[in-house]
Design a protein. Sequence first.
Length: 316
Amino acid sequence: MSAHRVAVLALPHVLPLDLGIPTQIFNPRPNTPYELTVCGATRGSVTTSTGFTVGATAGLAALARADTIIVPGYWHYRRPPAPEVAAALKLAFSRGARIASICTGAFALAAAGLLNGRTVTTHWASADELEELYPHLRVDRNVLYVDDDPLLTSAGVTAGIDLCLHIVRKDLGAAVANDIARELVAAPHRDGGQAQYIAQSLPEPTAHTLADTRDWALRHLEETLTLAALADRARVSTRTLVRMWRQETGVTPHQWLLTARVNHARELLEVTDLGIEQIAAQSGLGTSTNLRARFRDALGITPTAYRRTFQRTTTA
């Protein structure tokens, strides 16, 4: 695989967790082509929002060489970044770099004029401020991330994990992204359209949750997983199952299962030589006709074309 340069731009008062997400996910591994650089407005130390400093191994010149640039959130986001930062982002975008933001990192992209006329997202608590300061964009408050290739924006904190795994999935396929997710003990795939604010995102430790039921469903995707079967597994009524599922994931059981099945089909296309009918059966999508329809809806591509694309990626 040819090298893919990823530059993570740490602006002054960068949020430590936002910075840690892309540096962990794009850290070089034997099965990935990523070359990671943490850069700042100048080379040297960058003060985080909590007061400690981190080292930036490069200055803004790294943006001129990067294939992908990621801007984590930062604390003083209402202040436009230094003019040289905006200029470097503009120049990188004009030459075709992919640029993504996590949380309030979207404010830096907006200040550089990159988000004008686009639908974007950011942390739900900062959405009104983003639209107020930059009225030529529209904020979608109800999603985890927006992929408006080559510009991508995400909501706060853990949505940055979803965005970065989404980028890996686009670059290298579901199998590699799932391996990294397992390494992070993160959800292998949360769709970008999932709600970013969930009414009960963290149930009480003593409360009954559906985590075990979802884990079981992932191991039995090839079976007919009706609401009744899932409710029986969880030992709750179907009505309670639907309510709890939405509280814990932000989507219905049907939507969650469909995403899981398409994602499993993607991985089977990448790492096996199984035929389309076999993959449709093993992923729980039933028939090749349904598999093709779901792929077209979710990815805008046929399963065969997806397999060819991934095979070209792995042999490049």
